[in-house]
Design a protein around this ligand. Sequence first.
Ligand code: SAH
Length: 204
Amino acid sequence: MVEYLKREGRIYSKKVEGAFLNIPREYFIPEELKTEAYIDTPLSIGYGQTISAPHMVAIMVEALDLKPGQRVLEIGSGSGYHAAIVAYLVAPNGHVFSVERLSELAEFAKRNLEKAGIDNVTVETGDGSQGLEKYAPYDRIYVTCAAPDIPIPLIEQLKDPGKLLIPVGRIYSDLYLVEKKKNKIYKKNLGGCAFVPMIGKHGY
Ligand code: SAH
């Protein structure tokens, strides 16, 4: 799978390749779908939600330009897989804070992260459309569900300098890279993507 993602140009840095090789995706997938763990496709994790396709995780972690020591906020823990890849890239001193709306999935993510031996992720149940004020600010924020617009609290909880990645739009979403630099906000459209909707105060 990693060779395929490299050939497709989704993985282009050694560090992201290392993360994909070290985090087994099968730990984050329901038992009955384990044989499909290394196919480049989203898979059901129950409750109408999906673990993102590996190429989407690769595109996002490459664009986030993660470095050891960073504090990262994820909105939408789901299976915990994406958080595990990010946690690997910010280790040893960095930390991922992940917010999940559905308590059953928050528990699922916690169990999977424990199985994978990842100890620098904190999963919280709540409405991530409002960010996670108590651990802010963050060097990086990324959202794994599609929002109607960029929620203001996420921009407020981003450090300066800092980067935020977020899918915007309900049926056809675009992935936006938002950069905060010297008190200014820059937005760049990285292209089309498909995510489940963000449900919440600043969601749908
Ligand atoms: N990153 C995940 C993919 C999760 S799918 C993985 O690697 O498996 C998107 C998740 O976002 C779903 O679990 C959904 O319940 C969650 N979600 C939707 N709206 C949310 C909100 N407002 N706050 C937190 N999580 C939300």
